[in-house]
Structures are given as structure tokens and as C-alpha cells.
Design a protein around this ligand. Structure first.
Ligand code: NAP
Ligand code: ZN
Ligand code: ZN
Length: 352
């Protein structure tokens, strides 16, 4: 074990504060990573404040990690010391069930091991995420990161990126399709960029009039203020696919009505409360309501490689770790443009 500086939520109603944690020494198949940047996902806030009702405290959140390999186990083949790497929402899975064998580790039948909120199979202790200076991870769940991209802006690809990429690819979004993205936050702005890069006609739905120009700059062909019922009505029955990236209570039926016959609305947002779905918007046009969770490891690498090739990263505001609690308050006010990323050097020297 070695000691590592981190920031943790001590309780649901307490601000995040410094905590020294222990990381495991690398097993033969592990790498140790010096964390350089960690993106701030709304899931971090949900978890820190126990909004999903399964948090155990203290919790070190953060699952949009980029850094450099500082140590490798004897059997590691994919990486060497000094490599630039990423870690997303998972650090392991059963590795053998049909879903894992298909490269869909996020849907592991036994349950994937989450970067935070899970139990490390190697130690039996709770996993601790990226608001920390170092992390030890099984090499099979570590991604290669290109030296070409801005690192702070690459970190959010590890969750916001893959979570929007995976459903857009699964539902084969491409030229000739009209695609809606709901909510311009961390996930939504990556959804807009990817849907545009994949060749679709992209319509952004936002509750924030101040985000209209940004929506267009990021790649939306059209931007709709979703609070305006007349504007919404003009889009009835016209979409092939809609990706809902909203973090809070909202009216999903309003979006179901915008789908064509047989088209799909996929939820990636994970609000605390159940959301009501009315029967008629679904059954009148045989519409589909689906969900999608992050993405598999191979697919995450595919997304990172696509981003390196096309120069796609997140739009980030880099923050000091001591400003994390203010960042959470701003995220709740929908005031993030469009992802906070923590510069981990502000947490001190990497662990030894
Ligand atoms: P975020 O940056 O806070 O963005 C959420 C956006 O939702 C806001 O910017 C806002 O967009 C919209 N919104 C917020 N409150 C709203 C309300 N009351 N009514 C309507 N729209 C509202 O959050 P994020 O990091 O992108 O995460 C979004 C959600 O996805 C979270 O619930 C998170 O836990 C979840 N998530 C799921 C997965 C998965 O695997 N499925 C992975 C990561 C995250 P506008 O200002 O444009 O309206
Ligand atoms: Zn996330
Ligand atoms: Zn499995």
C-alpha cells in the first residue's frame, strides 16, 4: 500500500475536503498512474450527495481521469512507464461473462467494478476515484490517450464522451438522420459534437437561452428553447433519434412526441427521482424509450482514437481542487461551459 492525497465527501451534506487514502501496490497486471486531470461529472455530485441512495462515506469521486503511467506490474504488456493514459467509470469486471466477452463490460452480469462506489477485487476495499493524485488499475481497463490532444480537455471524454458516443453508435446515427440532444451540459455538449461529426442533422434542446450561440458553435444546426411550447410543437414527429442528457426532473413525454414512428428516445441522464412516462406518446407511434450506460473498453478506445483523428475534445474550465465545492454549486445552476476539469497538480505531489 502507498499513501495518496485525495479529496473526499465525508457525508452527503458536507463539502468535499482533503483526505489521505491508501492505494494498492501494483499486482503483476496493474499499472500505477499519476493523475494529471480529472473531469467533474454530474454523477460525482449525485454520488457525493447520496442522490442515488447507495453512497458509503467517505467517498472519493471522479471518473474522467487522464495521467501518466508511473509504475507497471511484471506482466503488463499494453503500457510502459511514461505513457499517457485514461481511466473512465470502470476499473474492472468479471472478465468472463457473455457481456464482458463481447466487450460490453459496462453491462457485466456480475456487475462491473466502478471507479468509485465499488469494491476492489484485489483488496476487498472500496474503490476511490480520480479526485486524487494517483490510482492503481488493472491494465485491461486502462485506455491509451493521444499525445496530440489537450489533456485537460481530453479527461471528460472518459465519461461524458463515451456515454454519448456509445448510444449514438448503437443507434447508428449518421447522414440523413435528424438527431435531438437534450441538455447542454458535460454530456450534452459531447453529444452535439459527436452527432455532428457522425454526419447527422443535429437539433439541441436547452432550457438556457444563454446557450443558444454556444450550441451552434459546438455543432448544432438548430437550437430549440425547450420551455417554449410553440417552438417544441413545430418539431412534432420529426426525429429519428433523441439523446436525453438531463440530470434533473423534466418532462420526457414532451420529447417522445417529437419522435417519428418507431424512433427511439434514449436516456443517459440519471436524475435522482423516477420520471413519469405517459402511455400514449409511446403507443401511438410504436415509439421506443431506452437507456444506455457509459460504454465498453474497446468502444472507449475507438472513441478516443476518433477524437484524436478529428481533433475533438471537451470545452473545459480548468479548476483548482479547492474550488470543487463552488464548481458543484455552479453545475447545479446549469452554469458549466461545458465541463469543469480539475488540475490535479493543485493537490500536491504525486504519491510515491
Ligand atoms: P451537467 O453538466 O450538469 O448537465 C446537465 C444539463 O441538463 C444542464 O446543463 C442543463 O442543460 C440540463 N438541466 C439541468 N437541470 C435541468 C432541469 N431541471 N430541467 C431541464 N434541463 C435541466 O451534467 P452531466 O455531467 O452532463 O450529466 C448529466 C446526467 O447524466 C447526470 O444525471 C449524470 O449522472 C448522468 N450520467 C449518466 C451516465 C450513463 O452512463 N448513462 C454517465 C455519466 C453521467 P440546459 O442548460 O441546456 O437546459
Ligand atoms: Zn460520469
Ligand atoms: Zn462480466
Amino acid at each position: 500500500m502507498f499513501r495518496c492525497e485525495a479529496y473526499a465527501a465525508p457525508a452527503a451534506d458536507k463539502p468535499l475536503s482533503p483526505l489521505t487514502i491508501e492505494r494498492r501496490d501494483p499486482t503483476p497486471e496493474d499499472v500505477v498512474i499519476d493523475i494529471l486531470y480529472c473531469g467533474v461529472c454530474h454523477s460525482d455530485l449525485h454520488m457525493a450527495r447520496n442522490e442515488w441512495h447507495f453512497t458509503t462515506y467517505p467517498v472519493v469521486v471522479g471518473h474522467e481521469i487522464v495521467g501518466r503511467v508511473s509504475k507497471i506490474g511484471a506482466d503488463v504488456t499494453k503500457f510502459k512507464v511514461g505513457d499517457l493514459v485514461g481511466v473512465g467509470c470502470m476499473v474492472d469486471s468479471c472478465r468472463t461473462c457473455p457481456n464482458c466477452r463481447e466487450g460490453l463490460e459496462q453491462y457485466c452480469d456480475v456487475g462491473n467494478i466502478q471507479t468509485y462506489g465499488g469494491i476492489e477485487p484485489q483488496t476487498g476495499k472500496p474503490t476511490a476515484g480520480g479526485y486524487s493524485r494517483s490510482i492503481t488499475v488493472y491494465e485491461g481497463f486502462v485506455l491509451k490517450v493521444s499525445e496530440k490532444l489537450d489533456l485537460a480537455a481530453t479527461a471528460p471524454l472518459l465519461c461524458a464522451g463515451i456515454t454519448t458516443w456509445s448510444p449514438l453508435r448503437h443507434w447508428k446515427v449518421g447522414p440523413g438522420m435528424k438527431v435531438g440532444i437534450v441538455g447542454l451540459g458535460g454530456l450534452g455538449h459531447m453529444g452535439v459534437k459527436f452527432a455532428r461529426a457522425l454526419g447527422a442533422h443535429v437539433v439541441l434542446f436547452t432550457t438556457s437561452p444563454s446557450k443558444v450561440e454556444d450550441g451552434k458553435r459546438l455543432g448544432a444546426h438548430e437550437v430549440v428553447i425547450s420551455k417554449n411550447e410553440d417552438e417544441m410543437a413545430a418539431y412534432a414527429q420529426s426525429f429519428d433519434f433523441i439523446l436525453d442528457c438531463v440530470s434533473a426532473d423534466h418532462d420526457i413525454n414532451a420529447y417522445l412526441n417529437l419522435l417519428k414512428r418507431d424512433a427511439t428516445l434514449c436516456l443517459v441522464g440519471a436524475p435522482e427521482n423516477p420520471q413519469a412516462i405517459a402511455a400514449f406518446p409511446l403507443l401511438m407511434k410504436r415509439r421506443r424509450f431506452a437507456g444506455s450506460g457509459i460504454g465498453g473498453i474497446a468502444e472507449t478506445q475507438e472513441m478516443l482514437d476518433f477524437c484524436a483523428e478529428h481533433g475533438i475534445t471537451s470545452d473545459v474550465e480548468v479548476i483548482d481542487i479547492k474550488d470543487i465545492n463552488t464548481a458543484y454549486e455552479r453545475m447545479l445552476k446549469q452554469d458549466v461551459r461545458y465541463r469543469f476539469t480539475i488540475n490535479m497538480a493543485t493537490l500536491g505531489e504525486p504519491a510515491l
